[in-house]
Design a protein around this ligand. Structure first.
Ligand SMILES: [Zn+2]
Ligand SMILES: [Zn+2]
Length: 588
């Protein structure tokens, strides 16, 4: 960035001189008290962007403004909240990783009422199918309405999840015939190895090993999956030869990486025959391609992991994109009469989404427009429960979750900035979904095309510079990991703190404070509403921060005292208590 300096024009080295007392420079050298306030707030884990909520006591009519933490997950929004979220994630990963019992008991058997509702739903499905075949669309609409009602009743009857995926509604999908399913080649690719397919047991817990001395241990694993190479790179992540680096494939791989990971877990479970559980993260590598780290419960032979990774692929059956027919300065135009996008010169309508997919279906030699695969680098190692190695690994998984994807590896050199720019340019032109405006560039109208599409300006997250094409969730935790949601873990921490304070102190203030944060027991007694920052009873932010910090400081010293007393009572803290204790600090 720095321009070369002409000889003789280099600025003289600054001589450090203390600013004159009372001068502007001297004043500017003093820290601003409001910054110190925010710093202390962060130190005490007090949210710096609290949400003011007005709580009205329904019995007395008394109102009170209470600050709720903003709950941000990114450090640049609110560091204390982001850190708190990271601690909860760490607790979640710790709790699920090495557990030796199944996280959830099996479901209870269905009642007769539940069974008859499902049977009724099945009859409706049959009738709907008949109506679709007879093209009786008004009946289909009626049946859809009935299906919706029955499904509501099914949910009310205490059944979990949907009985089946919803039907595309009749008028919603004008360009797709309702009820029609596309046939895609499900033939295994010849270039991918065959995998064994076993029935997947419900078991989610790994194998226990017995040592010669009779002690048992249950190791778990740590796995890293990467994407393929797009060309050789330097240690700073930039390509040796930018012209030969395959940015197009890099962009498409990044956009479809989540699907590839899904496939990997499906394949691994089928191959291993049990319901393997994982918790992990998707992060950018220095070369800006995503990779994924996972804690896996139980052990799986390394060569199985490698074989499954090599055999896993995801095919994208979308229209071809090898010819970009339009550019951002010469785009198709919307024609109101035709209700379609047309060529600006010939005035011919562009291929519709349905036509484009039909063409793929009708072509026996059609190839997917893109195939995503993992790279050759698959790292896996065993991790023993309760070791420093396990703790270090958990910290590693959650290391970057408080940062934007684009801030994980900040581009600091011109070469790195250019690399990022080239990738971003490609991501801006890559279609993100079936409805992406970018399809118009390739002469295809996206699914459900409308007049407002702006190619190159699609709002999809993957097109944004700081996502690097990683648009979806970055923390991936399988359903039966700890058997708890993040909210459950949050509740555990509060319950632990409450129990500790309640059991060992009778201080009314402590009880009051904890209660404000939990606010579950008294939910019915109070009405909550969002207070506006300019409401007269909402004080200035600085005042509210100071009050919160003071409360927190008092609360923290009470908690420490309570912990000391508890530790004197019993020296043996169980593992859960230990982790909760760890997380309880700085938790509101
Ligand atoms: Zn916050
Ligand atoms: Zn898009």
């Amino acid at each position: 960035m720095t321009a070369p300096t002409l000889p003789g024009l280099a600025p003289a080295a600054p001589t450090p001189v203390a600013p004159r007392p009372g001068s502007r420079a001297a004043r500017m050298a003093l820290p601003r008290s409001v910054d110190v306030l925010k710093e202390i707030a962060a130190e005490y884990g007090v949210c710096v962007r609290p949400l003011a909520m007005r709580r009205t006591d329904l019995d007395t009519g008394l109102t009170e403004v209470i600050d709720l933490p903003c709950g941000a997950t990114r450090e640049d929004k609110c560091a204390p909240c982001a850190k708190k979220n990271r601690r909860l994630r760490q607790a979640q990963i710790r709790e699920g990783w090495h557990r030796d019992d199944e996280p959830l008991p099996g479901p209870e058997p269905a009642t007769e009422a539940q069974k008859s509702l499902i049977l009724f739903r099945a009859h409706l499905e049959f009738s709907r199918d008949e109506a679709v075949r007879a093209a009786q669309w008004d009946q289909v609409t009626d049946l859809d309405e009935a299906i919706r009602e029955v499904e509501e009743a099914i949910a009310a009857e205490g059944l979990r999840g949907r009985v089946g995926p919803p039907h595309a509604s009749v008028d919603e999908d004008q360009d797709d015939e309702p009820g029609r399913r596309r046939k895609r080649s499900t033939r295994r690719r010849q270039d991918a190895p065959e995998l064994p397919r076993r029935k997947v047991e419900r078991r989610t817990v790994g194998k226990t090993y017995t040592a010669l001395d009779g002690s048992t241990f249950r190791p778990s694993m740590w796995l890293t999956l990467t994407l393929d190479s797009y060309g050789p790179v330097r240690p700073d992540g930039t390509p040796l030869n930018p012209d030969r680096y395959d940015y197009r494939r890099a962009a498409w791989d990044a956009v479809h990486f989540p699907r590839l990971l899904d496939r990997f877990w499906q394949n691994l479970r089928r191959c291993e025959g049990w319901n393997v559980q994982y918790a992990g993260c998707v992060e950018p590598q220095r070369r800006l391609a995503p990779h994924a780290h996972f804690a896996i419960r139980g052990t799986i032979p390394r060569d199985v992991l490698r074989t499954v990774a090599a055999a896993t692929y995801h095919q994208v059956w979308w229209p071809a994109v090898n010819v970009q027919r339009y550019t951002l300065d010469r785009l198709p135009v919307w024609d109101d009469q035709a209700a379609a996008w047309i060529d600006p010169d010939t005035r011919e309508p562009l291929t519709t989404w349905t036509e484009a997919l039909d063409a793929i279906d009708d072509d026996p030699d059609a190839e997917p427009v893109h195939v995503v695969r993992f790279g050759a680098q698959v790292d896996a190692r065993g991790v023993m429960p309760g070791t420093e190695d396990a703790e270090r690994t958990i910290r590693y998984v959650t290391k970057y979750i408080t940062k934007h994807t684009g801030d994980v590896h900040k581009a600091t050199t011109e070469r790195q900035r250019k690399h990022l720019d080239r990738l971003w340019q490609q991501l801006q032109l890559t279609p993100c979904t079936e409805r992406c405006a970018n399809w118009l560039l390739y002469g295809v109208q996206p699914k459900k095309a409308h007049a407002k599409l702006k190619p190159g300006r699609c709002k999809g997250k993957v097109h944004q510079r700081d996502t690097l094409g990683i648009g979806g969730r970055r923390i991936l935790i399988s359903r039966d990991w700890s058997g708890k949601t993040l909210a459950d873990h949050k509740h555990d921490v509060r319950a632990w703190v409450r129990a500790l304070l309640g059991a060992t102190t009778d201080s009314a203030t402590a009880g009051q404070l904890v209660d404000d944060q939990g606010a579950t027991a008294e939910r019915i007694r109070h009405a909550w509403e969002l207070a506006r920052p300019d409401d007269p009873d909402v004080g200035p932010l600085a005042h509210r921060l100071m009050r919160s910090i003071s409360e927190r400081a008092r609360w923290r010293s009470e908690l420490l005292a309570a912990k000391d007393r508890a530790a004197q009572g019993s020296t043996d803290l169980s593992a859960t208590q230990h982790s909760a204790q760890h997380d309880g600090e700085g938790t509101q």
